[in-house]
Design a protein around this ligand. Structure first.
Ligand SMILES: NC(=O)c1ccc[n+]([C@@H]2O[C@H](COP(=O)([O-])OP(=O)(O)OC[C@H]3O[C@@H](n4cnc5c(N)ncnc54)[C@H](O)[C@@H]3O)[C@@H](O)[C@H]2O)c1
Length: 259
């Protein structure tokens, strides 16, 4: 959003996350200056741990941890802080938008906006229209995406929507293939890239998403659908317990040494 010229207030309850974000913005800013490409300017972003700092916002992207309980606690607070009619884009991997919207006095203002990682490089966005979503909220999202040079495909509301209802069982099974010793992670990914034309294989994608977020998403899906394809493979749970959460921790299915 900042790279598209919006003034941004970034709120996170964890000071370490804010410090990481500050450093990432500075890195992107330097890169943009060197390459002449579009990038964020630190000046356009204020960092805060206080939700009331978004009181003047004209648009909110909610992007907190994939926890239905946690997000459902947050939405009534947003309802209190924001002016009437301000659209809220819920960025969730799998939680039904209706479960979040129902926590507001005006459920119409919530739209699912599932950005893809890495957000600065992927133009396509999965937009989720809940039954309650208003035409105005949907139009606000289209305007913002336009401004960001992105476009969305609008789908109906269901746990995991389209992308993660399909992708998460694939990641789960790919982890099973590795745990069973059938293939190494890079072989699984090479096959998906070479045979199916994917730009990234499921395990490299899982590392990018964060294996903790993958496990949380599978849990949300399993809770809603109750079927076996969403039952998290123990290998994924083990990796998260060992702190191997993917790119963000430097180790997942692959190792990341800064290069
Ligand atoms: N990781 C991905 O590739 C990806 C892609 C699309 C959508 N998503 C979705 O986006 C959301 C965030 O994903 P993530 O991987 O960045 O999660 P994450 O857990 O790595 O980061 C979430 C951040 O939210 C903060 N937070 C938690 N509760 C908060 C609150 N009440 N107020 C302010 N900050 C709070 C946490 O401190 C943390 O820094 C999730 O719903 C996820 O499913 C993730």
């Amino acid at each position: 959003a900042a790279a598209s010229g919006c003034a941004v207030t970034l709120v996170d309850t964890d000071p370490a996350a804010l410090a990481t974000a500050r450093a990432a913005v500075r890195r992107h800013e330097r890169l943009a200056a060197l390459t002449g490409r579009r990038g964020p300017r630190s000046l356009d972003i204020s960092f805060s741990s206080d939700l009331t700092d978004v009181a003047d916002a004209r648009f909110v992207v909610e992007n907190t941890t994939e926890s239905e309980a946690g997000k459902r606690e947050l939405y009534p607070l947003l309802d209190k802080v924001l002016a009437t009619g301000v659209t809220i884009a819920a960025n969730t991997s799998a939680i039904p938008i209706a479960r979040l919207a129902e926590r507001l006095t005006d459920p119409g203002r919530v739209v699912g906006v599932h950005f893809m990682n890495p957000v600065d490089r992927i133009a396509m966005v999965e937009v989720v229209r809940a039954r309650s979503t208003s035409d105005k909220a949907l139009a606000d999202v289209e305007d913002l995406l336009d401004r960001m040079g992105k476009h969305g495909v609008v789908v109906d509301d269901a746990p995991g929507f389209v992308i993660n209802r399909v992708l998460m069982p694939v990641v789960n099974l790919a982890a099973a293939v590795v745990a069973d010793g059938v293939a190494a992670p890079h072989q699984v990914d090479e096959l998906f890239k070479g045979c199916l034309g994917h730009t990234s294989g499921p395990l490299r994608t899982a590392d990018l998403i964060g294996l903790d977020t993958v496990v949380r998403t599978l849990e949300v899906l399993h809770e809603h659908y109750g079927t076996d394809e969403f039952a998290t493979h123990p290998h994924l749970r083990r990796m998260v317990a060992e702190g191997r959460t993917g790119i963000k921790s430097g180790r997942g299915f692959y190792s990341y040494d800064g290069n």
